[in-house]
Design a protein around this ligand. Sequence first.
Ligand SMILES: Cc1cc2nc3c(=O)[nH]c(=O)nc-3n(C[C@H](O)[C@H](O)[C@H](O)COP(=O)(O)OP(=O)(O)OC[C@H]3O[C@@H](n4cnc5c(N)ncnc54)[C@H](O)[C@@H]3O)c2cc1C
Length: 336
Amino acid sequence: MRKTEINKIPGRVWVFGDYREYFQNRITLQLIAKARDLAETLNTGITVVLLGEQIHQYAMEYVAHGADTVMVADHSNLKEYEVETYTTVLAKWAKEYQPEIFLAGATSFGREFFPRLAKRLSTGLSADCVDLEVDPETSLLVQTTPSFGGELLAEVITPDRRPQMATVHPGIFREFPHNSEAIGRIIYPEVDVFSEPRVKVTRSRPQSKGKVSLEDASVVIAGGMGLGSKGQFELLNELAAILEGEVGATRPAILAGWADEDRLLGQTGKSVKAKLVISIGTSGALQYTTGIQGAETVIAINRDPNAPIFRIADLGLVADGKTVLPLLLETLRRRI
Ligand SMILES: Cc1cc2nc3c(=O)[nH]c(=O)nc-3n(C[C@H](O)[C@H](O)[C@H](O)COP(=O)(O)OP(=O)(O)OC[C@H]3O[C@@H](n4cnc5c(N)ncnc54)[C@H](O)[C@@H]3O)c2cc1C
């Protein structure tokens, strides 16, 4: 397709297509759903940029989940992610087609190459955003990100430079359902930047996880320091088993050795999109609630009626978790 034709495509909100572990890693689909809001306010469309080899099926998936256009660089040199080559191709495309907004997931992957890309494009980047909106008056992207160690939520704008770039925490936005009738364009612009990379990646593969992914669980039972001891915390495993869910934990509970690191919820851990989260003995610090705000329903149990967790909970119970938990288990056991 010629550049003039591509320029006719109104997709000025760009999303980086991260298709690794596609069925578990939903960040690109979550970003497409958020990009829809942004694009509508800006009266434009969404373009997903996709790099790899033989990746047409992912392009089709992104269209089915709401992308208007998917721009694909399909080349054997792009088969494995390599930071220099990816940055070079994306910088070239961004300079040529000038997106207004460019988003990527705040995964270890996005955190590595997106800052490099922002530097190449001489623009700003907000890392680990938890919300994004377009200000209807200024048409600027307002990028909400935790700052000062998570004590404050900062709203960042990029008034002059383009694109406005942000990485976004996984699990915050909800993806659109798959629509096989959706219509979008898949285009293959020329890619001619293939200098021999200094690092050649021969193969990459995901680390094996062992347990069921917390991010995919439909019920999450989360515990914090209010549970008081490892013994009490272990009751959460029983509750999770009865409700067919997974256990999550706050940072201090993990530091206390009550749960493994892979159970961490929050800004520095995982974000869940469960139907139900039951959060027991957690104060509701912002760094923690970032991880559960994507849940459909949050039930909080805390003995302090002023605990911040009640501000985000759909249902709150002011009670001693150490008393409620055994009672709840006993009631549920009788029903099995
Ligand atoms: C840069 C940075 C990043 C961070 N990232 C994360 C993160 O990713 N995830 C995370 O979780 N934290 C993170 N933190 C820590 C976070 O700020 C909070 O300190 C932490 O979430 C609090 O954990 P908690 O709720 O278990 O403990 P506490 O704050 O000690 O709260 C315990 C709560 O339990 C209640 N309670 C006490 N006894 C009972 C009882 N018997 N029954 C019921 N309720 C009871 C208390 O009223 C209190 O509200 C981060 C901090 C920083 C600075």
